[in-house]
Design a protein around this ligand. Structure first.
Ligand SMILES: Nc1ncnc2c1ncn2[C@@H]1O[C@H](COP(=O)(O)OP(=O)(O)OP(=O)(O)O)[C@@H](O)[C@H]1O
Length: 475
């Protein structure tokens, strides 16, 4: 069957020069044409079976018109098949939402699987270093299911044995570029399986207007913006402390004001008090009327206000001890949210050492003991380094808006957050595109979620303050 062509046998090759590599010329074996044809036919057959197995619906849809035309002629086939696309069209026109969800996104997912992911899988894996070429064989991670949501492709992957999540996290840029996406995020589904998220569009590219005031007073997680998947972004403020970090112009004000706006009905109902510390004299001064006496701007005033909050905290702690384990806001004991804009002005950049120590001690006391008795702190700052904010770890919830340096992302959101896709240093500095956009870690998941806060304009703030003052006068 095999015909040997002349070639040098390895054992007959001898080198006479010391230290010279032996050059082997392998024997060439010519495969008969029939064998090539059989192998080719076998591959076509297995390919067809695999296609049928993987995409039975698509194969059925493609073959039905052909079979009907061959059996009954094209007129009958057209008559028989016409109702299906007509019905689809009618469905798409009458109930677009359900049509897109049940048909459109599935067809898109199939198309993206075949055209984008499967087509480029091998090259992207090998070039990015996630696949290996060993002894003439390619070892590739296994491409799983592709699901399309309105804004992203979710691709499941089975890692190669011996790979770690970090191997993938380190190559997010390769993956995004390789599959033509703007970015990529990785999340673990279970041992050995990952989910890659490739956004197709950016649902947060357009600024959000200030959200309507809640109908009922609430201190529960308050809606302050939108998550990347289109769901509302609800921020927990009661029972926690929130640190907002972002470079100048990142939109820290929109988080502060969206939170205050969402709490306003509860403030009106006397279930919440907002105490404002505004050392920059910029952000919170717009809505002074909302804070009444609880507004401080100079470092001395800020220190006094923080000391007052500590006194209230200690008085409540003494009263609640052995009676209450967690706080429920009431008119007598409302939830107090201490809002501090640019906290570093009061701590790191404060020249008066005594004042600095007083303020730092009060903040540390509130953030360690305030939660259970209904006192929360929301602080904003530009530079999250430890030297600037040595109590940043006392804030259980942190938000990373646009940051200047990649290392700052993990300082805010915790180790590994940037590797998992929290690219806060890549957020656009153009206000329309990037202000108010950030990453958060929601409870129950280590994976960062991209969010955008609604923008509460100066006019909105003035209206809120005016309406609030009018309500108080009428009462
Ligand atoms: N959520 C948002 N959506 C759209 N645009 C926004 C949003 N938040 C802020 N902006 C725009 O970005 C500008 C800067 O926002 P803002 O003053 O809140 O930033 P900042 O982080 O507080 O900056 P700084 O630390 O310098 O005070 C605003 O004037 C506004 O035009």
């Amino acid at each position: 069957m095999f015909k040997r062509l002349p070639g040098d046998e390895a054992r007959n090759l001898v080198t006479t020069t010391p230290d010279t590599a032996v050059v082997f010329r392998p024997a060439v074996v010519q495969t008969p044409a029939i064998l090539t044809l059989i192998i080719f036919a076998w591959r076509v057959l297995t390919g067809c079976v695999r296609l049928l197995w993987r995409h039975p619906v698509a194969v059925l849809l493609a073959l039905t018109p052909v079979v009907l035309t061959l059996v009954y002629g094209w007129r009958t086939a057209l008559l028989l098949l016409a109702p299906a696309p007509t019905g689809m069209l009618a469905w798409a026109l009458t109930d677009r939402h359900d049509f897109v969800r049940l048909i459109g996104l599935r067809v898109l997912a199939w198309w993206r699987l075949v055209w984008v992911y499967r087509r480029h899988w091998q090259s992207v894996m090998v070039v990015s270093g996630l696949g290996r070429h060993l002894w003439g064989r390619d070892y590739l991670p296994q491409l799983g299911k592709v699901t399309c949501t309105a804004w992203a492709d979710l691709v499941t992957v089975r890692m190669l044995k011996g790979q770690s999540v970090k191997d993938w996290a380190d190559r997010l840029d390769h993956l995004a570029q390789g599959f033509g996406a703007a970015s990529c995020r990785v999340a673990v589904i279970r041992g050995g399986r990952l989910q890659l998220t490739f956004p197709r569009t950016d649902p947060l590219a357009v600024p959000l207007d200030a959200l309507p005031l809640p109908d009922v007073p609430t201190v529960g997680p308050v809606e302050i913006g939108k998550q990347e998947d289109g769901r509302p972004w609800r921020l927990k403020v009661h029972g926690t402390h929130v640190l907002v970090a972002g470079a100048t112009g990142a939109g820290k004000g929109s988080i502060i004001w969206s939170t205050i706006r969402a709490l306003l009905p509860a403030v009106r109902a006397d279930l919440v008090e907002i105490w404002a510390l505004d050392p920059k004299l910029m952000e919170l001064s717009y809505g002074r009327a909302l804070f009444g006496e609880r507004y401080a701007a100079t470092p001395e005033e800020c220190a006094d206000l923080l000391d007052q909050a500590v006194t209230v905290m200690q008085e409540r702690a003494a009263r609640f001890a052995g009676v209450l384990r967690s706080h429920t806001p009431t008119v007598e004991d409302p939830f107090i949210l201490v809002v501090v804009d640019e906290v570093a002005f009061l701590t790191a950049y404060q020249a008066d050492r005594q004042l600095k120590q007083r303020i730092s001690a009060a903040l540390a006391t509130l953030t360690t003991q305030g939660r259970a008795v209904g006192i929360g702190v929301m602080a904003a700052l530009q530079d999250p380094r430890k030297e600037v904010m040595n109590i940043r770890n006392l804030f259980p919830d942190k938000i990373a808006l646009r940051l200047d340096e990649s290392e700052q992302v993990d300082m805010v959101l915790g180790d590994g957050a940037r590797d998992r896709g929290a690219l806060a240093d890549h957020i656009s500095p153009v206000p329309e595109r990037g202000a108010g956009v950030g990453y958060v870690r929601l409870e129950a998941s280590p994976d960062p979620v991209r969010v955008r806060a609604a923008y509460v304009s100066d006019t909105d703030i003035r209206d809120m303050a005016a309406a609030f003052a009018a309500g108080r006068d009428a009462a």
